[in-house]
Design a binder for this molecule. Structure first.
Ligand code: NAD
Ligand code: UDP
Length: 319
């Protein structure tokens, strides 16, 4: 049994990680500022003897004793991270620095949640970890993309200069229950719109692609990295390489919802990557990572969860 600090534990991925850690008998300290996270994601853990919640902004230092840090505290949807871009950069850079210092002070290992966004609008397809990316450092996505790139560089400096056992996972588009229905991401938008009987908003002509990973598969990958030997640092891609156009995702969601909803095209956001697909050879070989849930099944589960949840407005971190 270990004591694990999960930053962003009230969010989509963080709350699933808290569950998985508690299930295997670890003790969990969740640190979250609730900017995009919500109590509803943790309500089932209230009173759990192994779970503790601290409301705190990781851009400010915090002292805690733990064996490992899962640094997932950061807004992830473009709508959320662009609503206060300076705060996003501060969370990525100062937040990661604070967590690395904390891990260093107590001899903990650290797993940094990085992103496929470090590849930007990729010139290499699919994206292997060795590809250095094509990121705009001045566009509206830069606060997140460059913030996460800087966070990766901090992780590797702490490895080299402090001997810290810190590792980087590069997460590709992940979806599932507990995404906020108003976070503006494509799966949450499409599923909510279809359930409400509204047209699905496809940005541009919908020919841009993404590769969608179901949350349970992603959590398997993060847990494997958490348990990997100290010599394994990554960065390692985690995602499902099944690539699909956004228009086709819309068609599948509409079909699952019974076929009634239409499609409405809206302008493509600035710097929207044209295509994205992870090369997961490293994760397969080093970690035995193998995503199992296909998009059809994952969308069905997500739709079921959204349909069963009480209606919600957008939280303060998502203007
Ligand atoms: P989310 O918005 O649901 O969760 C993020 C959580 O972090 C929220 O609970 C939020 O309140 C908290 N948070 C934000 N800033 C904070 C701060 N300064 N201090 C403390 N807590 C803070 O997003 P998610 O999809 O669960 O993403 C979690 C992590 O995974 C992020 O680091 C994100 O960059 C990374 N990631 C996610 C995806 C994905 O597809 N879901 C893809 C790539 C990377
Ligand atoms: N998208 C869309 N309609 C929406 C939300 C998003 O067509 O209602 C598109 C968006 O332009 C992008 C893709 O879906 O091409 C994935 O967007 P998301 O915000 O989920 O993630 P990211 O762009 O960070 O991969």
């Amino acid at each position: 049994m270990a004591r694990i600090l999960v930053t962003g534990g009230a969010g989509f991925l963080g709350s699933h990680l808290c569950d998985r850690l508690l299930e295997r008998g670890d003790e969990v300290v969740c640190v979250d500022d609730f900017s995009t996270g919500r109590m509803a994601n943790l309500a089932h853990l209230e009173g759990h003897p192994g779970f503790r919640l601290i409301r705190h902004d990781i851009a400010e230092p915090i002292a805690l004793e733990c064996d490992a840090v899962l640094n997932f505290g950061c807004p992830a949807s473009p709508k959320a991270y662009q609503s206060d871009p300076v705060r996003t950069t501060t969370t990525c850079v100062n937040g990661t620095l604070n967590m690395l210092r904390l891990a260093d002070a107590c001899g903990a290992r650290l797993i940094q949640a990085s992103t496929s966004e470090v590849y930007g609008n990729p010139g290499v397809h699919p994206q292997p970890e060795g590809y250095h990316g094509a990121v705009s450092c001045t566009g509206p996505r830069a606060c997140y993309d460059e913030g996460k790139r800087c966070a990766e560089s901090l992780v590797f400096d702490f490895r080299r200069h402090h001997g810290l056992d810190a590792k980087v996972v590069r997460i590709f588009n992940t979806y599932g229950p507990r995404m906020h229905p108003h976070d503006g991401r494509v799966v949450s938008n499409f599923v909510r719109q279809a359930l409400e009987g509204n047209a699905l908003t496809v940005y541009g002509d919908g020919s841009q692609t993404r590769s969608f990973c179901y949350v349970d598969d992603l959590v398997d990958g993060v847990m494997a990295v958490l348990d990997a030997p100290a010599g394994f640092a990554g960065p390692v891609n985690l995602g499902n390489p099944a690539e699909i156009s956004i228009l086709e995702v819309a068609r599948r969601v509409i079909a699952l919802a019974g076929g009634g909803a239409g499609i409405r095209h809206a302008p493509l956001p600035i710097d929207d990557p044209v295509r994205r697909r992870p090369d997961i050879a490293l994760a397969r070989e080093a970690l035995g990572f193998a995503p199992r849930v296909d998009l059809e099944e994952g969308l069905r589960r997500t739709m079921g969860a959204f349909a069963g949840a009480p209606p919600e407005a957008a939280p303060t971190g998502m203007h």
